[in-house]
Design a protein around this ligand. Structure first.
Ligand SMILES: *[C@@H]1O[C@H](CO)[C@@H](O)[C@H](O)[C@H]1NC(C)=O
Ligand SMILES: *[C@@H]1O[C@H](CO)[C@@H](O)[C@H](O)[C@H]1NC(C)=O
Ligand SMILES: *[C@@H]1O[C@H](CO)[C@@H](O)[C@H](O)[C@H]1NC(C)=O
Ligand SMILES: *[C@@H]1O[C@H](CO)[C@@H](O)[C@H](O)[C@H]1NC(C)=O
Length: 207
């Protein structure tokens, strides 16, 4: 009697373990990404990235740290570039952009304390999950265009800096995210193409 109960318990435990393994094997990327999206909404971007800075304030970044829809559509045209490469690039560029802005902010600046530090953590959480779910294929060689961009992003002797507003970095980060991770966002409004490069006037309206 006792023995059969034990066996039942063992079967049950085994079943639970398998269930847990299945669940952890496919963590949901969209959850953490939606949290990132909520933190990047237009109200918060305007408040913390524009109103908290002097008018027309700019910071210096690498050209490659400007990653817009136009870049995505250009890179997509190259046959060897996969969506995965473009997503990797987004993760890298976004985190580097946040670091650039943090670098110019004093310790007690409200944008740092109330917004950007938290956003940096959200990105880190997302990245951990993202890498876990998309382990890098060490065998695969990156397409040349992507490799070039990565090299320039990491180049410590970089020349030729570009001035951008802090807000524009996060605006681009937000728009590229909606395009590159469409599957997480498209159900909410199927008719809208997040990757469409809008003209200037329309683009302004959406921010
Ligand atoms: C953005 O998020 C903040 C805080 O959650 C919220 O108060 C605000 O209404 C949101 N804005 C938009 C445009 O969704
Ligand atoms: C900010 O930049 C805009 C456009 O370049 C310019 O028209 C405006 O005068 C600038 N404002 C200040 C306060 O420098
Ligand atoms: C995006 O395009 C701009 C302008 O053409 C270029 O300077 C920048 O390096 C590109 N960014 C990336 C990540 O490829
Ligand atoms: C992508 O390629 C198509 C056809 O090859 C071309 O019509 C289009 O202008 C290209 N787009 C970009 C952004 O280079």
């Amino acid at each position: 009697m006792l023995q059969s109960e034990c066996r039942l318990l063992r079967v049950l435990l085994g079943f639970i373990c398998v269930l847990l393994m299945c669940m952890s094997a496919a963590p949901d990327l969209c959850g953490p990404l939606k949290t990132v999206r909520d933190s990047l909404n237009s109200t918060l971007r305007r408040r913390y990235m524009k109103m908290n800075f002097p008018i027309n304030y700019t910071i210096q970044v690498h050209y490659e740290e400007v990653y817009r829809l136009r870049n995505i559509s250009r890179l997509r045209n190259e046959s060897l570039v996969e969506l995965r490469d473009l997503q990797d690039l987004w993760v890298l560029v976004s985190q580097q952009g946040i670091k650039r802005i943090l670098k110019v902010l004093p310790e007690r600046h409200p944008t740092r304390r109330k917004y950007l530090s938290n956003l940096e953590n959200l990105f880190r959480d997302f990245q951990v999950l993202y890498i876990q779910q998309n382990p890098r294929d060490e065998e695969r060689e990156l397409p040349e265009s992507i490799q070039n961009i990565c090299d320039k992003l990491r180049d410590p002797y970089y020349q030729g800096w570009k001035s951008v507003t802090p807000k524009s970095l996060l605006d681009n980060c937000y728009r590229s995210m909606l395009c590159l991770f469409k599957d997480c966002f498209s159900t909410e409004d199927d008719s809208y193409d997040y990757c469409e490069v809008l003209n200037r006037r329309k683009e302004k309206k959406t921010t």
